[in-house]
Design a protein around this ligand. Structure first.
Ligand code: ACO
Length: 323
């Protein structure tokens, strides 16, 4: 009998503070209309001073566990996708484990920038299919606002903070059907925070470690690559475009999302969009979008979801799942 990994609960958390486009107009030379026309973003949430990625992740995780009807003690794997961990080490997954009073199960972070949650879901799926875990907590959590250059109008209007989580359980009923993970490091310079622990530590200390992006070039590769991942995912499952009920995309830019929706021939009402209110929350964006559409009753049990993302690396990937 085949063991599937099935999403049994979702959760999301956004920090209280909302930063609108009009707020940004007072910070850099931009306008609400420019931001909406080029990105679809109206507002984003920003973590409070002292509020960390682990804090956001814990909220989202508790909500996902509650939705799944599971206690923390039943979790036997924790994977956190993040680019903005609380510490160099231990991993944010270890910190989340401690918060939830879970002891002994494997817990680790995955770093694939905006594709992080898709990577984490693909990894957790393999743990469950091979019998190495039965109840996984998979989280995407970010405080991107900490690595944004708030004087650079070409990037600071794009990003926001948040966390999303799913509980993934072993099941005989189909859940995740396939995952497709990719990377091409030749694009590393187009989207990067070009310092780290082993290079440019002084800049990290002085707060100069910020996102650098050649937005236009990223845009073109993202549209083409996400079009290809749609074809790859459908072909791997012997499915047609009409077999997909929902597109749950990474929320970077409404124009990139619309291009992927056109590729799938999906009407706008079958595409989950949160970029208008969340901005780009990197690894948190797909699980946050999923949680919104599950909680408002749009996504129902038995429907087929295509989740996809593209981000720094470049990394990209998709997960096809029956909800
Ligand atoms: N307000 C007003 N004008 C602006 C702003 C702003 N906030 N930002 C840039 N501009 C100006 C530019 O200076 C430029 O002016 P110029 O023509 O006088 O030189 C003009 O607007 C056009 O700039 P472009 O960069 O060509 O604008 P574009 O239409 O490409 O939109 C954007 C920029 C929104 C960044 C887009 O390129 C994009 O979404 N790129 C992809 C981002 C993405 O998907 N990232 C991947 C995930 S993120 C991750 O992995 C962390």
């Amino acid at each position: 009998m085949t063991t599937y990994a099935r999403i049994t609960g979702t959760g999301g958390y956004l920090p209280e503070k909302v930063l609108t486009n009009h707020d940004l107009e007072r910070m850099v030379d931009t306008s609400h209309d420019w931001i909406v026309e080029r990105t679809g973003i109206h507002e984003r949430h920003i973590a409070a001073e002292g509020e960390t990625t682990c804090d956001l992740a814990e909220h989202a995780a508790r909500r996902a566990l509650e939705a799944a009807g599971r206690k923390p003690s039943e979790v036997d794997l924790i994977v956190v996708a993040t680019t903005t961990p609380d510490r160099v080490f231990p991993s944010t997954a270890c910190l989340v484990q401690q918060r939830l009073d879970i002891h002994g199960c494997p817990a680790f972070d995955v770093q694939a920038v905006c594709t992080g949650f898709i990577y984490a879901l693909g990894i957790a799926d393999k743990f469950i299919r091979t019998g190495s875990a039965r109840c996984a907590l998979v989280i995407g959590a970010e405080t991107l606002s900490r690595i944004v250059d708030w004087t650079d109008r070409s990037t600071c209007v794009l990003f926001g903070d948040g966390a999303g989580a799913v509980v993934l359980e072993a099941s005989e009923t189909p859940g995740i059907l396939s995952s497709h993970l990719h990377c091409d490091g030749k694009y590393e310079s187009l989207l990067t925070v070009p310092v780290g622990v082993s290079s440019g530590l002084e800049k990290l200390r002085s707060g100069e470690a910020t996102i650098r992006m050649k937005g236009n070039e990223v845009f073109k590769v993202a549209v083409n690559t996400l079009g290809r991942i749609v074809d790859e995912t459908l072909a791997a499952n012997g499915l047609q475009r009409e077999d997909v009920d929902w597109l749950v995309p990474h929320q970077a830019n409404i124009r990139i999302i619309n291009a992927t929706a056109r590729k799938l021939d999906l009407p706008p009402e079958r595409v989950v969009i949160t970029v208008d209110r969340h901005g780009n929350t990197s690894a948190a964006s797909v699980p946050l979008a999923l949680d919104v559409a599950v909680r408002d009753g749009r996504i129902r049990r038995g429907e087929t979801l295509l989740m996809e993302a593209f981000g720094g690396g470049f990394t990209w990937g998709s997960v096809l799942a029956v909800f």
